[in-house]
Write a protein that binds this ligand. Structure first.
Ligand code: PRP
Length: 229
């Protein structure tokens, strides 16, 4: 009996030693640094590139976003069986979502991008959009899926859709990761909506404030003191 206890003890010690030998760099970060809700996010990026004081909270974690991207990709796959849609990302905000979405899709697709800038964005928006980069490909007869990071007032997409209609695409659908329906100024809705979100200033996963935060892998609510200062 005593021998069995000694052998068990030796085995336990060996297991601990083996674990540290195989995973020498495994350390537990304080605050669960992977964009978890309520976590201490100042530790997320080494060197403290973004202070947690910039954000009031994490709205959508990496895992939640990844799950939604897979869900949307699955819907597109089902709807576009035997067709090859042209995925059009509206820059810059859509670049990360677009990259993840097309990789999650099984449907063969082509990709293109438009870069636009709206005039008088905000409370006095005219709805006019300036095309900074037009499509490289013709959309005539194509099944176009517009890919946006966020659908807000709807002015940008409604302008783009009106413009595209002149080029006679076979169909145009809208896919957006985030949707703020209460901000809508024109009647437009997404065919593939991701998350409906409240009217708060969100950044990350492509969305910026003054060109910052686009590379965050999660989506956070910006603290008002950042944009009020
Ligand atoms: C954002 C977003 C959409 C647009 C949505 O772009 O990427 O294109 O606003 O807003 P709307 O529904 O009110 O028109 P933004 O102008 O911030 O440029 P960016 O994508 O380069 O960040």
């Amino acid at each position: 009996m005593k021998n069995i206890r000694i052998i068990a003890l030796i085995l336990a010690v060996l297991m601990v030693i083996t674990t540290f030998a195989v995973f020498p760099s495994c350390t537990v970060k304080p605050g669960g640094g992977s964009g978890e809700k309520g976590a201490e996010i100042d530790n997320y990026q080494e060197g403290g590139a973004y202070m947690n004081a910039d954000f009031s909270r994490i709205l959508l974690t990496e895992a939640e976003i990844a799950g939604k991207v897979r869900e949307i990709a699955g819907r597109i796959d089902r709807d576009y069986e035997n067709r090859q849609p042209l995925m059009v990302g509206i820059l810059k905000g859509s670049f990360i979502f677009m990259a993840d979405l097309v990789r999650a899709m099984k449907t063969p697709c082509a990709v293109d991008f438009m870069a636009v800038s709206s005039y008088g964005k905000g409370s006095v928006s005219t709805g006019a959009v300036r095309i900074l980069k037009d499509l490289d490909t013709s959309i005539e007869g194509k099944d176009v899926i517009l890919v946006e990071d966020i659908l807000d007032s709807g002015l940008t997409l409604s302008y783009i859709i009106d413009l595209m209609a002149r080029s006679k695409p076979s169909s145009v659908r809208i896919c957006t990761l985030l949707d703020k329906p209460e901000r809508r100024k024109v009647p437009i809705s997404a065919d593939y909506p991701g998350f409906g979100i409240p009217d708060e200033f969100v950044v990350g996963y492509g969305l910026d404030y003054a060109e910052k935060y686009r590379n965050l892998p999660y989506i956070a609510v910006l603290s008002p003191h950042i944009y009020n200062s």
